[in-house]
Design a protein around this ligand. Structure first.
Ligand SMILES: Cc1ncc(COP(=O)(O)O)c(C=O)c1O
Length: 380
């Protein structure tokens, strides 16, 4: 990794997507095997191999593949026996699937504000939101930075709550040395095309307790009892992953170290090239107790930048740079609207945050190009 001086960047136009998957290993070979063998639905050797490999990767005894990260979340909550009328603590600043999965169970997501350094659920604000109906805490490792799990797990123990980690955006991130997804009762992952590794659409549930794992498998397969064909003791779902998705997933998992390392390299390039405007934008931090996955390198415009965030994104798009705004907090969205609520940290991060291109295909020159234009636009 070599660093030329920060302000120097080529202005010749580039097209830089926010995310872009790459298939550089056994993907074609494994998918071709599915086609040749005709095992294209949810039976086939790749499903077991991907589940076992992912369980090993997360250092948990069980992993259950699902058809996407949202169904993985729903299965995790069903695995924890969430019931209609229950409440679950959820960060207001997250992707909508986190809150929706709680609502699918007939339960209520109860929102908590973020802490500004990592953008994650602020543990200091959780206990004020716990009621006799609270059953669990659904933590999100937002943009790849692990949440502060020790405090969250201690609160959960005190109040006898389950903890689910939504690690959709945090493949391979570590909290105090331990890989995320194995810290709480259940973990969930997404393998959508913009994630660190992808199966096109896909998800995974990671779990320690064998009974929960069995329940999650039952709900995934229409609720069928494993030892009695076509006998359905519960109303389940068809949330199965296909053998083709798992074939892609296994091949991607074989290269995950490469993907993870490149996301971190891209982050170090951004930190370097954006250092001249460190007073104008807040760069993502990595707390000493963790290893950030840097799913998307997300910066926050300080008040000193007079430009409107959305205008800045349009200006970046003009020069070929695709970006994303930080998610809207859940409490402003119609299904979850809280007219009198104020979550100041999440509101500010949402209004001023921009995710920059972060993916395996980015070169140092691409990052210098993005940083150069961002500096130009912020310093106008
Ligand atoms: C935090 C978070 N949770 C859940 C999901 C849902 O995953 P999927 O899109 O695979 O359903 C996403 C997806 O983007 C996410 O970012």
């Amino acid at each position: 990794m070599s660093f030329p001086p920060p302000p120097a960047f080529s202005t010749s136009r580039r097209e830089i997507p926010i995310s872009a998957p790459r298939f550089m290993g056994n993907e074609s070979k494994y998918v071709q095997e599915c086609l040749d063998s005709t095992w294209v639905s949810s039976i086939g050797r790749f499903i077991g191999l991907f589940e076992e490999g992912f369980a090993r990767f997360c250092d948990v005894p069980h992993a259950v593949a699902a058809n996407n990260g949202t169904s993985a979340l729903h299965l995790a909550l069903l695995g924890c026996n969430l019931q209609p009328g229950d409440e679950v603590i959820v960060p207001t600043l997250t992707f909508v699937a986190t809150a929706n999965a709680v609502a699918y169970c007939g339960a209520k997501p109860v929102f908590v504000d973020s802490e500004p350094r990592t953008m994650n659920l602020d543990p200091a604000l959780i206990e004020a939101k716990i009621t006799p109906r609270t059953r669990g805490i659904l933590v999100v490792h937002l943009y790849g930075h692990p949440a502060e799990m020790d405090s969250i797990l201690a609160i959960a123990r005190r109040h006898k709550l389950f903890v689910i980690e939504d690690a959709a955006e945090a493949h391979g991130a570590r909290y105090r040395g331990q890989i995320v997804g194995g810290l709480g009762d259940v973990g969930t992952f997404s393998f959508f095309g913009n994630k660190i590794i992808t199966t096109g659409e896909g998800g995974m549930v990671t779990v320690r307790d064998p009974e929960k794992a069995a329940r999650i498998r039952m709900y995934r397969g229409q609720g069928m009892q494993t030892d009695r064909r076509y006998w359905f003791p519960v109303i389940g779902y068809n949330y199965r992953m296909t053998n083709i998705q798992a074939a892609l997933g296994l091949a991607q998992l074989e290269q995950i170290d490469l993907y993870m390392a490149h996301h971190r390299t891209v982050a170090s390039w951004y930190a370097h090239y954006l250092s001249p405007i460190a007073g104008l934008i807040t760069l993502p931090i990595e707390e000493s107790w963790c290893r950030h996955a840097y799913w998307l390198y997300t910066v926050i415009l300080n008040d000193a930048v007079p430009t409107d965030r959305d205008q800045l994104m349009r200006d970046l798009a003009e020069v070929g740079i695709e970006t994303r705004p930080v998610f809207y907090p859940m409490h402003v969205m119609p299904p979850y609207f809280e007219p009198d609520a104020h979550y100041p940290v999440a509101e500010r991060l949402s209004a001023r945050g921009i995710s920059l291109p972060t993916h395996i295909g980015l070169t140092e020159a691409d990052v210098a190009y993005v940083a150069g234009h961002l500096m130009r636009l912020c310093s106008r």
